[in-house]
Ligand binder design. Structure first.
Ligand SMILES: Cc1cc2nc3c(=O)[nH]c(=O)nc-3n(C[C@H](O)[C@H](O)[C@H](O)COP(=O)(O)O)c2cc1C
Length: 383
């Protein structure tokens, strides 16, 4: 049985599975359920100082199913951050930490571009006993209209500044959650790390239009006949999340040929995880923890137990004793397209020579065929 426990930025977790910010961490009741089902850590739904500005609509989700099946492969939401009073959250953070003192509770926070607001928010959460912070620089809908969320995450200079405000206000670990709605995710991540972020979390949802109803001709989800682009998540986004995590890890840790720029910082992967095998792939690309949001909405909190079993089976199969044994292992196998072409030409030439019985490596020389092998390597013999 492999050891699934991880210590990330000093936070001790029984396994790398973390509840990602969203409905599965939206109040003390469901956060308690997550700890009871042995999730490694919980990140609460994003909180802000003034919840009265947060007004949600219904319906606010839309689902994409695989053709001809009930399987959900894509999920869109136009949900905002938490609409619950911050004073209620303060109370609940304290209650959760009283009941689960040894478990890791991470406060997801978001504010407008105002240093005093960020400092107040972080320090009030800290006073309630939370263990770390995730800064939501990535909500793609609703909040950018107030220059929050993805609007901040798309501006590296601002990101660096906000991270430095927060790091100046707390000694606790601070993860910056990145938006995928940008051409080069490495640029804002580098700025967040420069500003002092302890780690990077990626990705948040991908800006999307889920579909148009062919009877009503209205886009979905439809609210009073109208809609707005929302955030796409679930299985369908996993390949994009894997690519972005790979790019971030390569910048932070290097890939064997390049040196990493931030080897001492952590990386938390998010996007379409529903199994231990999904998680293993993100860890192979450099993540220390793996967050799950939509997967919990589809499968429930018991998903953690199944994912631990699956991750364990993968690790046993390869003889990995712990997460660090294989974290980042697969980064070395990415290269440039030109290098793929070169490798393929070389491999083909070697195969052709081998087929013709030519010795291509010194280890291939054989005593019984020595003369025959020598002859095959001669180019100007018309015998
Ligand atoms: C309904 C819903 C609400 C979400 N709310 C938040 C939020 O409040 N803060 C945040 O940082 N991310 C939020 N997210 C984004 C998730 O944390 C996660 O980054 C994204 O959904 C991709 O992961 P997944 O495929 O496991 O859901 C939300 C996602 C969903 C589906």
């Amino acid at each position: 049985m492999a050891d699934l426990s991880v210590v990330v930025d000093g936070l001790k977790m029984p396994n790398p599975f973390v509840i990602g910010s969203g409905p599965p961490g939206t109040n003390a009741n469901v956060i308690g359920k997550a700890f009871d089902e042995n999730w490694g850590a919980v990140i609460c739904k994003t909180v802000s100082l003034d919840a009265s500005k947060v007004v949600n609509v219904a319906p606010r989700y839309a689902r994409m199913r695989a053709t001809g099946t009930k399987e959900v492969i894509g999920w869109q939401n136009i949900e905002l951050i938490s609409d619950r009073d911050f004073s209620v959250w303060e109370d609940e953070f304290k209650k959760i930490k009283d009941k689960y003192p040894d478990r890791v509770l991470i406060a997801s926070v978001m504010e407008e571009c105002n240093k005093d607001a960020w400092v107040e928010l972080v320090q009030r959460c800290q006073a309630c006993g939370v263990d770390a912070f995730e800064l939501n620089f990535s909500c793609p809908h609703g909040m950018p209209e107030r220059k929050m969320g993805a609007a901040m995450g798309q501006d590296p200079e601002l990101l660096e500044e906000v991270c430095s405000w927060v790091k100046g206000a707390t000694p606790l670990p601070v993860w910056a959650k990145m938006t995928p709605n940008i051409t080069h995710i490495v640029d804002p991540a580098r700025a967040a790390l420069k500003g002092g972020a302890t780690g990077i979390a990626a990705i948040n949802t991908i800006l999307s239009v889920m579909g148009v109803n062919l009877d009503s001709l209205r886009p979905e989800p439809t609210v009073e006949g109208y809609s707005v682009p929302g955030g796409y998540s679930c299985k369908a986004v996993r390949p994009i999340a894997l690519r972005m995590v790979m790019e971030l890890a390569t910048m932070m840790y290097g890939d064997g040929t390049t040196d990493g720029e931030y080897k001492d910082r952590s990386l938390s992967a998010i996007g379409g995880v529903e199994s231990g095998e999904d998680a293993a792939q993100f860890i192979l690309l450099g993540a220390s923890t793996v967050q799950v949001c939509t997967g919990v909405m589809i499968h429930g909190y018991k998903l953690a137990g199944r994912m631990c079993d699956e991750l364990n089976a993968f690790m046993d199969k390869h003889g990995f004793a712990n997460i660090e044994d294989f974290r980042g292992h697969s980064l070395q196998y990415f290269t440039s397209h030109a290098d793929l072409v070169r490798r393929q030409i070389e491999a083909k030439a070697a195969k052709k020579a081998e087929k013709a019985g030519m010795v291509t490596k010194d280890t291939a020389w054989e005593g019984d065929k020595f003369v025959e092998q020598s002859n095959k390597l001669v180019s100007n013999d018309d015998d």
